[in-house]
Each structure stands twice: as structure tokens, then as C-alpha cells.
Design a protein around this ligand. Sequence first.
Ligand code: PSU
Ligand code: MN
Length: 305
Amino acid sequence: MHQYLLFSPEVANARAAGKAIVALESTIISHGMPYPQNVQMANDVEQIIRDAGAVPATIAIIDGKICIGLTPEQLELLGKSPDALKVSRRDLPYVLSQNKLGATTVAATMICAQLAGISVFVTGGIGGVHRGAETSFDISADLQELAQTNVAVVCAGVKSILDIGLTLEYLETLGVPVISVGQPGFPAFFTRESGFNADFQIDTAAEQASFVHTKWRLGLKGGVIVSNPVPEADAMPKAEIDAITVQALQEADENGVTGKKVTPFLLARIKTLTQGRSLATNIALVKNNARVGAELARAMLEHPA
Ligand code: PSU
Ligand code: MN
């Protein structure tokens, strides 16, 4: 076993019993949502995965270890702690070697999941190409990770604050397939339609599992995006979210917000500007993804590589 990995008792038991395991990220807890809704969301999502017959493994860096599966106390610590660091690929050695508290992004969670032998990961929205990236060069490390790390990522699209079209172009260049579930359209996080289609609509977990296994059997490195639209009843009105996103982006610019601070800043501003309704939508879409991810993890086991 890898020297940095520490499995929770629940995940260790699941591994021993050969059960389906679903990885979950922790930046969404520490930097994506406010306390205490973040901790409530994390616990609820874990329970949804258990109810669907799989075992949740929320991943974070604590005391020099990559923790695969967190106790309720560790989730609380992460949700409350103002100095939890947002950890992407480049930050992993720093946070581990300095014994800092770290919340993993999509990229870092994929790395840790692969080390732990977990091939399905559920999140809200992945990072991507930011609007104005032609001058800022702000392109999330999540995309490069999807190009090289073998984990299927269930999400509700890329965050709506991004340039969705450019993100899809970038993913195509990197050879990352984008699947959609239940509709041809690639979803836009807070809303169901982005105006772009996914590459392939594949509705059943068994067929999604077969797709992922086939990619890896071919020796093609990297992830697969399984994009699942927010339920109709929980979606935000498109015109409203679009206008608020533009305003939040302008405020980020005026305040000189750059680098890893951009995404948390925008999500917090959008939450305030929508009087908290964006947070309710965000929570609903993660829960919806948890169900799809649990089914996929089970199907991957039933139809092994
Ligand atoms: N989606 C959310 N909330 C979040 C994130 C995504 O709904 O907090 C986080 C994820 O951890 C993702 C990260 O990997 O934002 C991307 O950050 P950046 O754009 O700095 O790479
Ligand atoms: Mn960035």
C-alpha cells in the first residue's frame, strides 16, 4: 500500500469486501460552499451513495496523509477550518510534507483516487477554461488531469463561470471523452443546457461502465467525463444566472482576484447575488450526481475489465 494513503475503516472494509467505492472531493466542502451547509451536503451525499449500494470515500489531506474516507469529525474540521488549503496537483507535495490541512480539487482527488484504486469520482462541476483565458492563461489543472489519470468523473458540467465552448475544445484536444446522461446536451451546472452537445449520450450505467472499461483496455490513459444535468425542478433560471455570472466576473476583475482564488470568489459572489438560491441548486446537483456515480461504480464491478 502506498505510504501516504490512509483508509478510513469504512473504506478499508469496502476494499476487503470488494464493494463499489465512489471518491468524493473536498474543495467543494472547504472552498465551494459555506459552513454549515457544506458539511451537511457532504454527509447527505455520502448517505445517498450508501443507499445506492456503494461506499463513499471523501478524500482530503490531513496530518501528512492522503485520507481516503473521512470520519464525521474530519468532515466537520474541513468544513469549518478557514485555513484548509485548496490542493491541486502542484500543491500535493507541499501540503503532505508540511503536514497542512488540505482539501483536494478535482485534479488532486483524481490523483488520490487512482493511487487508492478507485475509478469513479463524483463532484459538482469540474474546472475548465476561464473566460478571458486568452490573456489570463487561467485554465484549470483539472483538464490536464483528465488527460492522464484513469478516473471517471461524474459532474453537472463545467462551472457556468467558465467558457464552456473553449473547455470542450480543450478536452477534445486532450482526448477526453464527454458523455451526457439523459439528453444530448452538455449541461451548464446551474442549468440543464449549455448550448453545446456532449460527444456521446449514454444513459445506462452498464453502457457507461463498458465505455470506460473499453477506453482503458485500449491503453488510452485518462478520464471520462460523465455529465449529468441538474434536475429540472432545481435548475436556476438561465437569464438570471447568466446576468449574475457576468456581474461576479466583473467584480473579480475589479478586485484583482487571480489564480486559485478565482473559483471560490465567483461561487461565493453568485451565492450572495442569488440570495442563496445558487447554493440550493449546487447542493441538489451534487446529490443527483451521487446517484449516477454509485450506479456507475457498481456497474464497473459487475462488468469488470
Ligand atoms: N465545483 C463546485 N465547487 C467547487 C469546485 C468545483 O461546484 O468548489 C472546485 C473543484 O474542486 C474544482 C476546482 O476542481 O473548483 C477548480 O478550481 P480552479 O478553477 O482553480 O482549477
Ligand atoms: Mn485557475
